[in-house]
Each structure stands twice: as structure tokens, then as C-alpha cells.
Design a protein around this ligand. Sequence first.
Ligand code: GLN
Length: 191
Amino acid sequence: MKIGVLGLQGAIAEHMRMIEMSGEEAVTVKKVEQLAELDGMIIPGGESTTIGKLIKKYGFDVALKDFATKGKPIFGTCAGLIILAKEINGIEEIHLGLMDIKVERNAFGRQRESFETALQIEGVADDFQAVFIRAPYIMEVKGNAKILSTFEGKIVAARQDHFLVTAFHPELTLDPRVHQYFIKMIKEYKD
Ligand code: GLN
């Protein structure tokens, strides 16, 4: 399988490494034409305002919605979660708006700009060491969206059909279990 990592801004190489560690082929995606040959896409963490602008500039807004309509899975981490959300608290402009979740940006406050904690993630692990960096959280899941993990009462991972999001950065540890869960999703949707 070929899995793309949106290569506009953010933690790209780390996701590539996780896909390769899991035995699949990873591709950095900089042009919409590349999407045709891919089975799944990852939208990395970084800065969601910047990624959002670049997505529009290079036509990924239309192309990724089309990719999703074909039933191809998309995984968003941190800023990527914000990019996939239908609602961003206090902000008018949404980006892809594919997932029925309402999110709050930079939600863990200044004292906790970045931290690490062990999480229980449904279907993934009971002890996943999660790295949060100026992370958002999910205020609400709606429709088909399901909670996969919470931390201090805040939703930090969710899935809706072929979409997966985490508020933390699973690519920054050497534990590939979240990526393997995404790869399993891609296989399900491919069959
Ligand atoms: N705070 C960033 C944003 O709102 C996301 C941070 C991250 O991806 N590590 O875009």
C-alpha cells in the first residue's frame, strides 16, 4: 500500500518513518496529482492556519474532499485534526470540514504547551505514550464520530468511518501502534 503524508508544512518525515516502520510505502505529497496513486493520507501536525492556507493555494481543499468521497482514509494529527474538523470554536473559517467534531485550538494552556502522558486508546493500546504540543482537543463528537481516547475529560482521539484524528503526535515516539491502526483502516476500506 502507498500512504501519502501531506508535505506542505509540519512534522512530515516523522510520519514517513512510522509508515515505513510498519512495512508500507510512504510518499511525501506536494501536488494534487499524486493523490490518484495513494490508498490513504496523513495530514501532519504543524500550524493549522498555515497548512489551511497552503491547502487552498495548491488545490488540496477540493482534491482531498474528492479523495475522501472515494472512501480513502485520512488521518490527521494535531494541526491535521483541526484541518479535518467541521467546527473550530470561535473561528469562522473551517478547512476541509470532513469530520463531525468541534475542536478547540491550543487547548491545554500555556503552562502545558507540551507534555507527555500514557493514554488508553480504544482498539490501539492501553499504554500509549502520547506527546502533546500546543495541542487542540475535541469538545464534541457528533453523528458517526466516535471517541477513542480522553485525557483529563477532554477528547484527544476520535474516529468517524474512514477518518481518524489524534490531538497528540504519535509520530514522535517509536511506537507505531496508532499508525498500524490507521493502516488496518486503509485495508478495510480497500477491500
Ligand atoms: N497549535 C497548532 C495549531 O493550532 C497545532 C499544534 C501542532 O500541530 N503541534 O495549528
